[in-house]
Design a protein around this ligand. Structure first.
Ligand code: AMP
Ligand code: TRP
Length: 330
């Protein structure tokens, strides 16, 4: 990426952030923050599309902010803010809901999965969620959206809505691109390599960034493995080991070839032990920093307030153009 791009991405402040969020999203953000204009959002308006407890939500917003800082996002280089602090997100979210079609939202796999899981009392917000996500992205003339693979369909919708809006109301939005990790765009559950590692799955499915060393070690040692033996990267035939190798690659920097060379003939147990050690070593400083930031609420507040001001200035400028192009207001 030679040219300075505008990046936007976000994480929902629901429960704890896990190593899948880290590898799929946060790790890319940290790498990209120095050479681009970046906005990293804590998307609390998305979080409320499923029931939330207000006190816990507030705590999770702070905890997500602390995680952003702990993994190395630097407020001097990027804008870190809470979505609901910038009201233009909600306004453009509404507008995008009028640009999107029912049939497009009905096709979204995340909606279908979440609605099925929740069974009853599914909110309208859960359905229109991708319209709000499109708004987040388009509000800042974003060019690049670094996300995990599960968000590709939503980014594709943002592209469609940007183009449709431009055709109907004149050139208004940039058409953004998603970027995903080459390996690790979809980290799988430790207890079921056929499903995505997720915040709402079983406790054993995910390594949370807040997990203590003994918890990380236990989860990895108990992780499901494939039948047969040998450490080789083959996501179709050996999904469990390939997933563990992907995590190993990201926490050590070793290539898949090197991992195969070093562990090819060793047993699953030996590999898991090495993975547990490397993961603990990698995550311990992040956990400690996160705890430190959690204790400094004043500093967190200062960073989020300043981020909101920066984002708000940009958003306000853009929304005026959008309203004008659509014929809204006086
Ligand atoms: P969420 O927790 O749903 O707000 O997701 C935040 C970011 O993490 C998004 O960019 C997701 O695509 C990414 N992500 C979530 N789960 C995974 C996973 N299992 N593997 C890789 N990336 C993920
Ligand atoms: N929907 C994303 C997720 O669950 C979070 C999100 C909201 C987002 N708005 C965004 C990601 C804009 C990228 C850009 O992972």
């Amino acid at each position: 990426m030679a040219k300075r791009e505008t990046l936007f991405s976000g994480i929902q402040p629901t429960n704890q952030t896990h190593i899948g969020n880290y590898i799929g999203a946060l790790k890319q953000w940290v790498e990209l923050q120095s050479s681009n204009n970046c906005l990293f959002c804590i998307v609390d308006l998305h979080a409320i599309t499923v029931p939330q407890n207000p006190e816990k939500l507030r705590e999770d917003i702070r905890s997500t902010a602390a995680t952003y800082l702990a993994v190395g996002l630097d407020p001097k280089k990027c804008t870190i803010f809470v979505q609901s602090d910038v009201p233009e997100h909600a306004e453009l979210g509404w507008i995008m809901g009028t640009v999107a079609r029912m049939s497009e939202l009905e096709r979204m796999t995340q909606f279908k999965d979440k609605a099925k899981k929740q069974k009853e009392n599914v909110s309208v917000g859960l359905f229109t969620y991708p319209a709000l996500m499109s708004a987040d992205i388009l509000l800042y003339d974003t060019t690049i959206v670094p996300v995990g693979e599960d968000q590709m369909q939503h980014v594709e919708l943002a592209r469609t809505l940007a183009r449709r809006f431009n055709t109907q109301f004149g050139e208004t939005f940039n058409v953004p691109h998603a970027v995903i990790q080459k390996t690790g765009a979809r980290i799988m559950s430790l207890d079921d390599p056929k499903t995505k590692m997720s915040k709402s799955g079983t406790l054993a499915n995910a390594i949370f960034l807040s997990d203590a060393p003994d918890v990380i070690t236990r989860k990895i040692m108990r992780a499901v493995t494939d039948s047969g033996k040998g450490i080789s990267f083959d996501p179709t035939k050996k999904p469990a080991i390939s997933n563990l190798m992907t995590i190993f690659h990201h926490v050590t920097g070793d290539s898949m070839e090197k991992i195969e060379q070093d562990f090819g003939n060793k047993g699953y147990g030996d590999f898991k032990k090495a993975l547990a050690e490397a993961t603990v070593e990698y995550l311990t400083p992040i956990r400690k920093k996160r705890e430190m930031y959690m204790k400094d609420q004043k500093e967190l507040d200062r960073i989020l307030k300043s981020g909101a001001e920066t984002a708000h200035k940009k958003a306000l400028k853009k929304i005026v153009t959008i309203r004008k192009n659509m014929g809204l207001g006086r």
